[in-house]
Structures are given as structure tokens and as C-alpha cells.
Design a protein around this ligand. Sequence first.
Ligand code: DOR
Ligand code: ZN
Ligand code: ZN
Length: 424
Amino acid sequence: MIILIKNGRILDPATKTDKTADLLIEEGKIKKIGEKIKAVADEVIDASGCFVMPGFVDLHVHLRDPGFEYKETVETGSKAAARGGFTTILAMPNTKPVVDNGDVVRYVLNKAADVGLTNVQQTGAITKGQHGEALSEIEEMVEAGILALSEDGKTVMNAGLYREAMMLAVKYDIPVLAHCEDKSLAKDGVMNEDARARRLGLPGITNAAEDVIVARDILLAKETGARLHLCHCSTKDSVTMLRQAKAEGLSVTGEVCPHHFTLTSADITRDDANYKMNPPLRTREDVDALIAGLKDGSIDAIATDHAPHSFDEKDVSMKRAPFGIVGLETAAALTMTELVEPGHLTPLEMAEKMSYRPAQILGIDRGSLAPGKTADVVIFNPREEYHIDAEKFASKAKNTPFHGRKVKGCVKVTILAGKVVYER
Ligand code: DOR
Ligand code: ZN
Ligand code: ZN
């Protein structure tokens, strides 16, 4: 299979390439980039006016499979990924059963390979059943193919146990992805603790609920030498601590989710569970700090925290609904609209935050368009304007606060290892 992509704006952060050219794909690999490439191709794609980027890599996805297939499955999640331009997604372990042993890892990876629409990778839970009491079968899960450890959905509050897990992560050379939330501080809060929460009469979550765990985790990473990645950073102080950790030379990275750089708690005008996520939407001051962190490199990656839930689960008060919103099919458009259009990030930096850096953090040879690399490619039209329509999502779930929002930027084609897996 030979695919020729004509006249696109080739954006490859790995080689710092930003130029208009053709890109030739042969036998699943990037064959060459050049001007007016002549080739007998099975498929020629006109990418005039479009970005041609390495396929996006999402470090934070909830596939809900096994156990919560009514919310999402490996198949529907893979379809949503392809439609969103993601060619690699990392699945979180808070399924039923929890991904805490080799069998569950193999179940997800085998199912994903059968579906074949995106490269699915799996995280292993840190503790058995995510109960926070005993370590999971970490060695067995590493053998089954996990690429990272994470207790996402929760924080391992027992610091001693967490430290042991970090030492194993060093031994197996995998990162630890941290959900930073001290439940004794967050309590039963459902949104940011501020004037808006008081006006709506809803219980709040302060920044410290996140910040105290960010501080703890950085200190433990410093002591153990573990590669620490901070999930869904939402506060200004988490950015400050991340910046300082990097300045100290520690292996600490961080991600921010599109909802956290797009919305603030002031956008919550009524008790609407599509605005309930963990961590919550914060203040303008926090959002400005997150954007500054993305700009100066303190924040490495954009990840979705794609968290599908059923309509009925979200069709209740924020006090009763589960945390989380879907993100795979809106992330690129929100990044374009909120960060690239206003000039916070360049198109090349968009590719860096959505593809190259997350691939590096995961330790996989993806996120580059250099000749010889696996041909995971996304063709993205940065000029197309439209209103987000949740009904069109390939995901089973529609829980998003962005339904009806006007955005700019649309995924046209997604190519996985030289095969078109999505075409609008
Ligand atoms: O909003 C969230 N939803 N945050 C999390 O940490 C967990 C996730 C979920 O699993 O639904
Ligand atoms: Zn989380
Ligand atoms: Zn999550």
C-alpha cells in the first residue's frame, strides 16, 4: 500500500520541520518528504491548506473495558480515537476488574489489536483493586506489556507503599502517572471552591487538594529517581512546582487537558454534570498559569482524560453524577482554537504537545514523521469552522460541556501504520 499526501504543511517536532511538501508512505513507514514527489500510489490525498502531523498520542484515556461496556468499549473508544486524530492512546486501569494483573492487561491489548483502529497501550494499577492497601502484580503486568503505572481515579495515599511502587517503576524503566488528589481535602466537593460554587450551593474542592499531592509526589520522585508524570494539572501552583522540579533536573513531566485550558468555573452557570470533572475547572488565574506552562515547556503534553459516562449517569445533579467528560473527539479542535489561533502555541508546538512529547514520555518510537518511522499521520484542516456536535461522536458517550461550541480545526484523515483508519 502506497499513500501519497500532496501539498500539506508538514509539521514534525522531532526534526523541527515546518514546511509545505509532499509525504510518501510505503509499507507502513514514512518513505520520504519532498517537493513534487512522483510515485505510483494506491491513494493520493490532497492536503492543501492542511497540517500534516504525526498521529496524536493521548496519555490519558478511560476505555471502560472490561466492566463498564455500557459507557465505552475498546472498539468504540478506538473509533473515537481515530476520529480525533489519535493513533496511540494509553488506557487507564480503573475498570472492573481493575487492571492489576497480567490477565486483564492481555484482555485489553488483544481486544485492541483485533479492532486495529488505534495503537492501544495500557497502564497497570499501582495497588490491588485500587484499594490502596497492597501492591498489584507489577512484574506480571510489565511482562504482559504495560508501559506505565497509574492509580488514576485515585491517589495512593499510603506514601510508603507508593514509594515502593516508584522503586519498581525505576527497576522496570516505566513512568508513574499520578492522579494528584488528597481525598481528605477534596471530600465530597464537585467543583472548584469559589464564589461560583457558593452561588450554586455546590460543595467545593480547593487547589490544595491537588497541590499537596503534587509536592509529595515530586519529593518521592526525587528520592527514588522515578520518572513521574503529573496527570491533568489544573492549578497554578502545580505548574510552579513542575517548573521548579524541571529546573532541578528531575524527571518530572506534566499534562493539561483541553477543558482545563478552555473553561473556568465561571462557565458553570447552573448545576450541569457535564461540567463535573476531576480535577475541577479552576479560575482564570489557574488557566493563565496552565497556558504559560504550556508555552514555556513546564507542561509537556496535552492529554484528554477521555472519561465516558452514560446519559443517565450524567443526567442528575453534580452532587450525584460521576466525574469526567469525553475528550478524544474535541481535543485537537480545542487546542487549535484556544491555543494556536490566539498565538499561545505554534502549529509545530501543537504537534509537539499532542504527539512527540507524549510519545517520549511513554517511551515509544512514535510522534515523528522522519523517514523510516511508522506512518502514523493525522491530516488536520486548521481553517474549517463548525459547531461541535456530540451526536456525531464515534464514542458511545456524549458527556461534554462543548456540545454546540464553535471551534476551528477539523481532523480530515487519520493514518495508522500506513493504513487509513478514519476519513471524514
Ligand atoms: O474526571 C475524571 N474522571 N477524573 C478522574 O480522575 C477519573 C475519571 C473517570 O474515570 O471517570
Ligand atoms: Zn485522574
Ligand atoms: Zn483519568
